[in-house]
Design a protein around this ligand. Structure first.
Ligand code: GLN
Length: 533
């Protein structure tokens, strides 16, 4: 049976619980332990797939086709854990399952209640996520902040699990804020005391406190927090604000969090440390001397979290090429207003990410035209590929008003359209083409030199497809179809022949990039961009 580490958060949201959980996962893996990480989200949506990116940030897609919370992206970027459907548990999923059981008559005669039925379902889904995987440790992150009404059933479930499994098998880590009050020039422990007080009211005594702060915590402050929160002073760990998230596992290691956790759960280190991570990620990032400027043209640009995996994958491409990145986040409507030249004149590479709905599409098309004509390295992803196809159809093939039927149902040239199987679908949740699908790559092409293999698998999240009726005319004008899904003959990757680096894919490569294993397309996109002047 695996050991469990439950991670809760207090005082305020956005303290970086996801990154903290991923960093703890990394730390445990570096000691030779096999782990997985689960995210519990207390909202009622079954998954975040139906939420607007402005509400929720990016929807992260797994190999098995789950639309999940973006924290699962951190888990996969930091660790080797392969996460899937079972790793994101929402209140929606829990209630859905309990209500379906009730309708089938499985609780016949009983009143169905939060305790024990909802809490039992939470416990069983947590346990199921690690079944048969031969894991040493399961990390469970509880979304939200202690004190929220909607997270209470999850808190109660982990309280029960901690008690049932016993202290050597289940521990609690609480991430909290220790603010610095400028005018008083003092670090304040009271919010943390209150937050832990709230946890203890629910019946959870944290074993370790991770204290987010902008100033380093001295011994006295740590001792005070320890005394008031009923934890050992060595278990008060500083989590100083960091410029670089990939340094966080190293700061935990320095403070002995690895040994502390192992002692508490009674496991032994088998081998290893974080030396490779330090060398391959941190040292290379710190040593990079050049800067490459990349424009990301999106429509949810003002929210930092909307394109999380894209920004991270770009940084990974930078690490591989020993360059720092300056990412210019450009709202596509600004391009429509001010023109591509004004917005893009000093960038070295242009990326158009995925998206839904008509707003912003024309600005993206203008940016792509600019990249094509001025031979600026270009990477298009999902909607970025679809808009590249529209741009090429309109401006190179002369197909006036070519469009995707997503934006204009009556377009004379539906170069992007729905497959028959998608036309029948009425429900929105979980019904796109989701998850891993195969792609065969033609050679010699830029994509083949990036991947160095003919058969790849990548993650998808879309409804619309390249319309194969336009293949011939596009190819005759220089649009090279270099990647195909062999089972359904769907276009997966396009390139432009007469261009230094213009690659666009229907899938989302950003979901499979890691700082120490950058995705080949991002690596080569940054390489080409860093050479563009
Ligand atoms: N809206 C497009 C589709 O559904 C593209 C989706 C995306 O970019 N993820 O096909």
């Amino acid at each position: 049976m695996p050991k469990y580490i439950f991670i809760t958060g207090g005082v305020v949201s956005s303290l970086g619980k996801g990154i903290a959980s991923a960093s703890i996962g990394k730390l445990l893996e570096s000691m030779g332990l096999k782990i997985t990480i689960i995210k519990c989200d207390p909202y009622i949506n079954v998954d975040p797939g139906t939420m607007n990116p402005f509400q929720h940030g990016e929807v992260y897609v797994t190999d098995d086709g789950a639309e999940t919370d973006l924290d699962l992206g951190h888990y996969e970027r930091f660790t080797n854990a392969i996460v899937g459907k079972a790793n994101n548990i929402t209140s929606g999923k829990i209630y859905y399952s309990v209500i379906c059981k009730e309708r089938k008559g499985e609780f016949l005669g009983g009143t169905v209640q939060v305790i024990p039925h909802i809490t039992d379902e939470i416990k069983s889904q947590i346990k199921n996520a690690s079944k048969g995987k031969n894991l040493d440790v399961v990390i469970v992150e509880i979304g939200g902040t202690v004190g929220d009404i909607e997270s209470l059933p999850f808190m109660e479930a982990i309280r029960q699990m901690t008690l049932e499994l016993g202290r050597k098998n289940a521990i609690n880590i609480h991430l909290t804020l220790v603010p610095y009050i400028k005018s008083a020039q003092e670090i304040k422990t009271k919010p943390t005391q209150h937050s832990v007080g709230k946890l203890r009211e629910i019946g959870i005594q944290p074993d370790i406190l991770l204290c987010r702060s902008e100033k380093k915590l001295n011994k006295e402050i740590k001792a005070k927090i320890a005394l008031f929160c009923n934890v050992h002073p060595d278990a008060v760990i500083g989590a100083l604000d960091m410029d670089n998230i990939y340094e966080i596992p190293l700061t935990y290691e320095k403070q002995g969090l690895d040994k502390l956790i192992l002692d508490l759960i009674g496991l032994k280190k088998t081998n290893g440390d974080l030396k490779d991570w330090k060398r391959e990620v941190m040292d290379r990032m710190n040593k990079a001397s050049k800067v490459t400027t990349i424009a990301v043209i999106g429509k949810y640009i003002t929210l930092q979290d909307s394109y999380k995996s894209i920004y991270e994958a770009l940084v990974h491409g930078g690490i591989a090429n020993d360059t720092k990145l300056e990412i210019k986040r450009i709202e596509s409507e600004e391009i429509t207003k001010h023109g591509a030249n004004k917005c893009l004149k000093d960038v070295q590479g242009i990326l158009v990410p995925g998206g839904f709905g008509h707003r912003g599409v024309e600005g993206k098309i203008k940016a792509i035209q600019y990249a094509r004509k001025n031979k600026i390295p270009f990477l298009g992803i999902c909607l970025g590929m679809q808009t590249a196809v529209i741009e090429f159809a309109r401006n190179v093939c002369g197909l006036a008003n070519a469009n995707s039927t997503e934006f204009n149902k009556k377009t004379p040239h539906p170069v992007i359209s729905l497959l028959e199987e998608q036309r029948k679908i009425k429900n929105k949740g979980g019904t796109m083409r989701l998850g891993a699908y195969d792609c065969s790559i033609k050679k010699p092409t830029k994509s083949f030199s990036a991947y160095k293999q003919e058969n790849i698998s990548e993650r998808h999240r879309h409804r619309y497809e390249f319309n194969n009726q336009y293949k011939r005319i596009m190819a005759s004008k220089g649009l090279d179809i270099v990647g195909i899904n062999p089972q359904k003959n769907l276009v997966e990757i396009i390139e432009l022949k007469d261009h230094p680096w213009f690659v666009a894919c229907q899938f989302h490569p950003e979901f499979k990039s890691k700082p120490d294993r950058p995705h080949p397309l991002f690596r080569d996109f940054i390489k080409a961009s860093s050479h563009h002047s």
